[in-house]
Design a protein around this ligand. Structure first.
Ligand SMILES: [Zn+2]
Length: 245
């Protein structure tokens, strides 16, 4: 394969990679809004889960308080019944003190139960807010995807075309050259070639020495930009490729 042919293939490969990069950028920009909304939806979902867990915990606490209350009330009834039958002063005083502390305990449990019910009520409100926000977001997300759906499908199909065009090109380029191109591309933002126009590398905007520029333009040599290291191609090579076909 002549140097000219190699450069022409590389120019085309670079152009295809450039297209793929642009398509990826467009794809990212188009889906950005919906992805942000998606992230918000997921945060709300996590909030909802945390509220659920908290609610389960409150239900268990309430159940325990109810059971404690029943036990204490039963004890109170028992002690009060016994107090009615007692005659001795000392035993009576002890019982009254026991009854007093049971009543305090019951009062405490009932207060705790009220606090817990208030907490449950607040939690319900929060849960409703989360639910409302979630359904609003879900609708927004649907609209946002819907808005970019056609453009994204178009990009998807263009990407498929670019990928198959790229595959065909890589099959034509000699393996050693392809390897060199890919090595540069990995280090240089996915592009292994640079267009040189008016003696300026269009990738890094640096001047190319005139002698080097002339040799590249004449397709005499495969040369890398002294600054960004990309393989230099000229506009004429992309054009030549079209004629070449
Ligand atoms: Zn350069």
């Amino acid at each position: 394969m002549s140097v000219r042919d190699q450069l022409v293939q590389l120019a085309e490969l670079g152009l295809t990679d450039q297209n793929i990069k642009e398509l990826l950028t467009k794809q990212r920009q188009l889906s950005q809004k919906a992805k942000e909304t998606q992230a918000k939806t997921e945060t709300l979902l996590e909030e909802g889960k945390a509220l659920d867990a908290k609610n389960n915990d409150l239900v268990l606490q309430k159940r325990k308080l109810d059971s404690d209350l029943q036990t204490e009330k039963a004890n109170l009834r028992k002690w009060e019944a016994r107090a009615e039958k007692i005659r001795g002063d000392r035993e009576y005083t002890a019982l009254i003190s026991e009854i007093g502390s049971l009543k305090k305990n019951i009062f405490h449990i009932e207060n705790k139960t009220l606090e817990l019910m208030q907490e449950q009520e607040d939690l319900d409100k929060k849960w409703n807010d989360v639910k409302k926000s979630s359904s609003k977001l879900a609708k927004r997300l649907e609209d946002e995807w819907d808005f970019v759906k056609d453009d994204l499908a178009q990009i998807e199909s263009q990407m498929t075309d670019c990928a198959s065009a790229r595959l065909k090109l890589t099959e034509k380029v000699p393996a050693v050259l392809l390897k060199r191109y890919e090595q540069i591309a990995v280090k240089r933002a996915g592009l292994g070639v640079a267009l040189v126009k008016n003696q300026v590398c269009q990738a890094c905007s640096r001047m190319i020495p005139p002698e080097l520029f002339l040799r590249v333009a004449k397709c005499e040599i495969l040369e890398q930009c002294p600054s960004c290291q990309r393989i230099l191609v000229t506009e004429e090579m992309s054009y030549a490729w079209v004629v070449h076909k």
